[in-house]
Ligand binder design. Structure first.
Ligand SMILES: [Zn+2]
Length: 374
């Protein structure tokens, strides 16, 4: 009897010990990250096991995104300077490179099974100017079954980025983006999408006496807002997560009406599949919650639509918690303003609902289209 006891006790202990992923979900983490890039623009990044270690006690679940493009070193343009970030060249040096997605899938599969549930790999490195890309996406899903949770970050308009894509920027009017998002919708998947709401510097030009002839006394409107919203409306089967509080960035700042535009969109049933991420906090929070009025308007929107906002770090290629935590802390005044219950919904619960549904839908699609590639 005594001999048998130890293995039975050990088995019981194992049976009742929560898996590490489940334990993470229970209490001891700060957030789930809807917007995390494991690689940089050269496909470099930390080992995924280092990411897992960083996540312990801080992050329950995370999106695992590469980047949609890599940056070429073209010595004819940049000589011996090898750019590693998209701002560091004026060449059309960004190109869609499937290695980004292959590495994401490879790293996910290198994880021990128990850790995989904490990661949600997203695919992004397909050419938005190519209607064939819809077929390539299906191949990548079949090549790596049971890997992908969804898609992202997909860049449409992005300052200093989209115009540097080899062959020119993606078009908001091209049938190719519709072909791609038709397939994503067929899979019932989510997509993290980046589309600046405006061309950079428009608002600043308004106060530039030398630029008076541009607007001629008229107020500018966000240049891409309507076109992108028309695109969103065409794809109601895709759970769209519009990044950076609806398309803000370094030179693309919110108009005074930005919060009203957001309210109009979130209140419109035609956009009930659209969600907003609070990511790139270090860059955009200084324009979103910089005044008591902005802070209140942001908090009021979250109070009105508590299931439509998600937190994301937008950190890239790092496993350094001291760095990654700063994206979360950039929103500290907002977390304080909305209180712990709403913070939990934005920072944790909404992620679980959307990412779990997308993951499940993709497994269902795979089962119905289980062609083995050999
Ligand atoms: Zn982005």
């Amino acid at each position: 009897m005594r001999i048998a006891f130890a293995p039975i006790a050990a088995a019981l202990l194992l049976a009742f010990a929560p898996a590490r992923g489940a334990a993470q979900d229970a209490a001891d983490c700060l957030y789930n990250d809807a917007h995390f890039h494991i690689q940089d623009f050269k496909t470099d990044g930390p080992r995924v096991t280092d990411i897992t270690r960083m996540m312990d006690r801080h992050i329950c679940r995370t999106a695992l995104m590469g980047l949609s493009v890599t940056v070429a070193h073209d010595p004819l343009i940049d000589r011996d300077f090898a750019p590693i970030y998209y701002t560091q060249t004026d060449a059309q040096a960004l190109y869609y490179n499937a290695l980004q997605d292959v590495l994401v899938a490879h790293k996910f599969l290198a994880l021990p099974e128990v850790d995989r549930t904490r990661f949600d790999p997203l695919m992004s490195a397909f050419n938005l100017k190519d209607a064939h890309a819809a077929e390539y996406i299906k191949k990548m899903v079949q090549l790596y079954p049971a890997v992908w949770t969804g898609f992202g970050e997909i860049h449409l308009k992005k300052q200093e980025f989209s115009e540097k894509i080899a062959g020119g920027p993606p078009s908001l009017y091209s049938p190719s983006i519709d072909a791609i998002f038709d397939v994503i919708g067929e899979m019932g998947a989510l997509a993290v999408v980046h589309c600046d709401h405006d061309s950079p510097g428009n608002l600043a030009l308004l106060n530039d006496p030398g630029a008076r002839m541009i607007f001629n006394g008229k107020k500018p409107k966000p240049q891409y807002l309507e076109a992108f919203q028309a695109f969103l409306k065409r794809h109601p089967n895709v759970t769209m997560i519009w990044a950076h509080f609806m398309g803000n960035g370094r030179g693309v700042q919110p108009y005074p009406e930005h919060w009203q535009y957001l309210d109009n969109m979130l209140g419109d049933p035609a956009f009930r599949h659209v969600y907003i991420d609070l990511s790139w906090g270090g860059v955009i929070a200084p324009h979103i919650i910089d005044t008591p009025e902005h802070l209140k308007m942001t908090a009021d929107l979250i109070r009105k639509y508590p299931d439509r906002f998600l937190y994301g770090s937008d950190q890239g290629a790092t496993a350094d918690w001291e760095l990654v935590r700063r994206s979360y802390e950039a929103w500290d005044p907002l977390w304080k303003e909305i209180g712990p219950t709403l913070t939990r919904q934005v920072a944790r619960d909404n992620y679980l609902r959307l990412f779990d549904a997308s993951r499940k839908n993709m497994r269902t699609w795979e089962n119905a289209h289980s062609e083995k590639i050999e």
